[in-house]
Design a protein around this ligand. Structure first.
Ligand code: HAM
Length: 438
């Protein structure tokens, strides 16, 4: 048997409804905030993600799936959505028609990480990117959109952690004092942090290995090295969040794992002990240099992305049911060859009219077919045998009321439609399917 590659998983038919519902929630919230969907390739040129040899992020240095195609082009499976969206923004000149582009995407991302619960090698992200405005208000809007998704999913115990990395000048000031501080403890740093000390000392603050050491706690804080502009900008983001009554927690050590951020950075954390290190369900921040670094026009950006698997896991831990089990309108029970042929015809007429139908293709006995009708959550069961065919009739049972009638073979479709219309406001699953079909 050929097994799936490590770190991947199948989404089985009984799980798909939750995904569809999550995608629906995402689309609905993005519509409210006026973000438009963009779909970019799953693989991109290597350089879209490997922009800077000084990049120290694990994602870029250790986790990308890089390969040469048959024409020796260097390709990378996208590990995240932001850089691909930035590439598409530049290549399609989206800035020409709109000074601000508010975009969202959903789809698979690929990272060669150690698989764990909520951490996969192929996983799905939903993300938003607002390109073209450096207003602090749009940083707050992105966070509000994230909070809206969380609320719509019925998740409660979610913490927004926020920090600022300031502008380039502030970071340069901070960098100097950080290097001075951590250089004193160089020998105690992990191998990755020794490298970060040279290439990107801010990222030391993100280290999971060294974070409990005393010299970590005594490290200088970025808030003390922000210039007036950066400080004021961050205050505006925070007061915009206050204005929307969105709760947050300031976190001095939050620097985020990707190298493109400046100013606002944030993470959304769930409080689910079983999640361990995977409790960050969404994260993002401002990236004012990324588009320029990809040879595009100097355009500021801010965005965030959620791990969709983590969102679904969190809703299931919270005991929330996202979707209802599948149901159908009609199951045709047919006894004998003639009846099976007639059932197929009737089912087809009903399907064309918008009703979901199923019938038996395994020549089961009547008991087995009733079981199947039940398994499919059929609202109506139609029973057809030689006797009925000879008299051009059919037995129909409304499983919501247990009412059973013999009707003309030609009346199946109008009969069901009338019943459904009469109960259109009713609570049954089949009626809801019908409403959705309308
Ligand atoms: P990120 O923090 O690398 O940011 O990923 C965002 C979210 O994707 C994480 O919070 C997590 O929920 C989910 N995630 C990441 N890796 C995995 C994995 N291996 N398995 C399952 N879920 C995972 C970004 O990707 C940025 N592009 C976010 C952003 C958008 N910043 C600005 N705009």
């Amino acid at each position: 048997m050929i097994a799936k590659p490590k770190g991947t998983y199948d989404i089985l038919p009984f799980e798909v409804n939750d995904w569809v519902k999550l995608e629906e929630v995402v689309r609905k919230v993005c519509r409210l905030y006026n973000y438009k969907e963009i779909r970019t390739p799953i693989f991109e040129s290597f350089n879209v993600f490997h922009r800077d040899i000084n990049d120290t992020s694990d994602m870029v240095t250790k986790e990308t799936y890089d390969f040469k195609d048959r024409s020796e082009r260097l390709i990378t499976l996208r590990p995240e959505g932001t850089a691909g969206v930035a590439r598409a923004f530049i290549e399609n000149k989206l800035y020409v028609d709109n000074p601000v582009n508010k975009l969202f995407y959903m789809g698979p991302m690929f990272r060669y990480e150690r698989p764990q619960k909520g951490r996969n090698r192929q996983f799905n992200q939903f993300g938003v990117e607002a390109l073209g405005s450096d207003s602090p208000l749009i940083d707050a809007e992105v966070i509000a959109l994230g909070a809206s998704v969380i609320r719509s999913l019925g998740l409660k115990d979610v913490k927004v952690k926020i920090n600022t990395l300031g502008d380039q000048e502030s970071r340069a000031n901070y960098r100097d004092v950080l290097v001075k501080h951590f250089s004193q403890y160089k020998e105690c740093l992990c191998e990755d942090c020794k490298n970060r000390l040279v290439k990107n000392p801010l990222r030391i603050l993100d280290c999971k290995v060294d974070r409990d050491q005393e010299f970590f706690k005594t490290a200088p804080k970025i808030k003390d090295y922000l210039n007036d502009y950066s400080k004021k900008r961050f205050e505006t983001v925070l007061s915009a969040l206050d204005g929307m009554q969105l709760k947050y927690e300031l976190d001095d050590n939050l620097v985020r794992g990707l190298d493109y951020y400046s100013h606002t950075v944030f993470e959304l954390e769930v409080n689910i002990p079983e999640f361990g290190a995977q409790n960050v369900i969404g994260a993002g921040g401002r990236y004012d240099n990324l588009i320029k670094d990809l040879d595009g026009p100097d355009t500021p950006g801010v965005g965030m992305a959620f791990g969709m698997e983590r969102l679904l896991l969190a809703t299931s831990y919270a005991g929330k049911k996202l979707s209802k089990p599948d149901s159908i309108h009609v199951y045709f029970i047919s006894l004998g060859e003639r009846a099976r042929l007639e059932s197929l015809k009737l089912a087809n007429i009903c399907r064309i009219g918008g009703l979901t139908c199923e019938m038996d293709y395994k020549e089961r006995g009547i008991k087995g077919q009733f079981k199947e009708a039940d398994k499919n959550n059929a609202r109506f069961t139609c029973i057809l045998g030689d006797n009925e065919l000879d008299s051009f009739t059919i037995n129909i049972k409304d499983n919501a009321t247990d009412e059973q009638e013999t009707i003309s073979l030609y009346d199946v479709y109008p009969y069901i439609i009338n019943k459904l219309n009469a109960q259109a406001q009713g609570p049954c699953a089949a009626c809801n399917v019908k409403k959705e079909n309308n």
